[in-house]
Design a protein around this ligand. Structure first.
Ligand SMILES: [Fe+2]
Ligand SMILES: [Fe+2]
Length: 239
């Protein structure tokens, strides 16, 4: 009897182990698929590749500092690289234009949040829903002066407020066709200046509290950016 229950226990453990393994593989492929989808924008604009990885890291740190649950931090990490997926509809002439946009081009560029939201419309999984939410709201400003809907304050979903800051911080600290890469301190002071107008003060507080962690990521990526640029692998780009 004892022998049989021992065997059953072993069998149950084996089944549990293989189910766990199958679940892990499924989760891995889900995560990989999300990143590969986000890389579609990189395919059109190679300079965004490293940007996507940093956005994920910065967003996760800020989200954690905002007190989000472990699950939500993981969702923000996975969904944030998808923020600009809507740019997929832009022509190369607009997407890769060095310098300023004409008002017409600006109008086209500003459509990318809505296109991103459309791509994830009626999403079923939490991560895909978050991708749509972030794509739709990452250009909204806390004071209502952003686009596409001019949402204000907490009308903007927290995920969108977090990625807005991570995205802008990365744009400030990397070279663009219209500006050099600003120093870490200069980027921080611009963020402070725009607190309450562009950025949610609570999200900025989390950013500032975690400044050292963010600085470490910025530092470790800085050299890669310069290397890739020297190799001609990435070019100047814009937001
Ligand atoms: Fe964007
Ligand atoms: Fe971006």
């Amino acid at each position: 009897m004892k022998e049989r229950s021992k065997k059953n226990k072993k069998k149950t453990q084996e089944i549990y182990g293989s189910l766990k393994e199958a679940y892990r593989k499924l989760e891995d492929s889900h995560i990989e698929m999300i990143f590969r989808l986000a890389l579609l924008t990189e395919f059109r604009d190679p300079s965004t590749g490293t940007h996507l990885v940093r956005i994920a890291d910065y967003s996760a740190i800020i989200a954690e500092g905002c007190g989000l649950s472990k699950e939500d931090v993981a969702i923000v990490r996975l969904a944030s690289p998808m923020h600009d997926i809507g740019k997929i509809i832009l022509s190369d002439a607009v997407l890769k234009k060095p310098g300023k946009f004409t008002p017409e081009e600006m109008k086209l560029m500003q459509k990318h949040p809505e296109v991103g939201a459309e791509i994830f419309k009626d999403a079923k999984s939490e991560i895909m829903k978050a991708c749509g939410l972030i794509a739709f709201t990452h250009h909204e400003h806390f004071d209502g002066s952003g686009y596409p809907r001019g949402l204000k304050g907490e009308e903007i979903p927290l995920f969108g407020r977090i990625v807005a800051l991570a995205d802008c911080f990365d744009a400030l600290t990397t070279k663009r066709s219209y500006k050099p890469a600003f120093s870490f301190d200069k980027a921080v002071s611009i963020i402070k200046e725009e607190t309450g107008t562009h950025f949610d003060p609570a999200v900025v507080l989390s950013f500032l509290r975690n400044k050292e962690k963010i600085k470490k990521i910025w530092e470790s990526n800085k050299d890669i950016e310069v290397f890739l640029e020297n190799m001609g692998i990435i070019e100047d780009t814009f937001l």
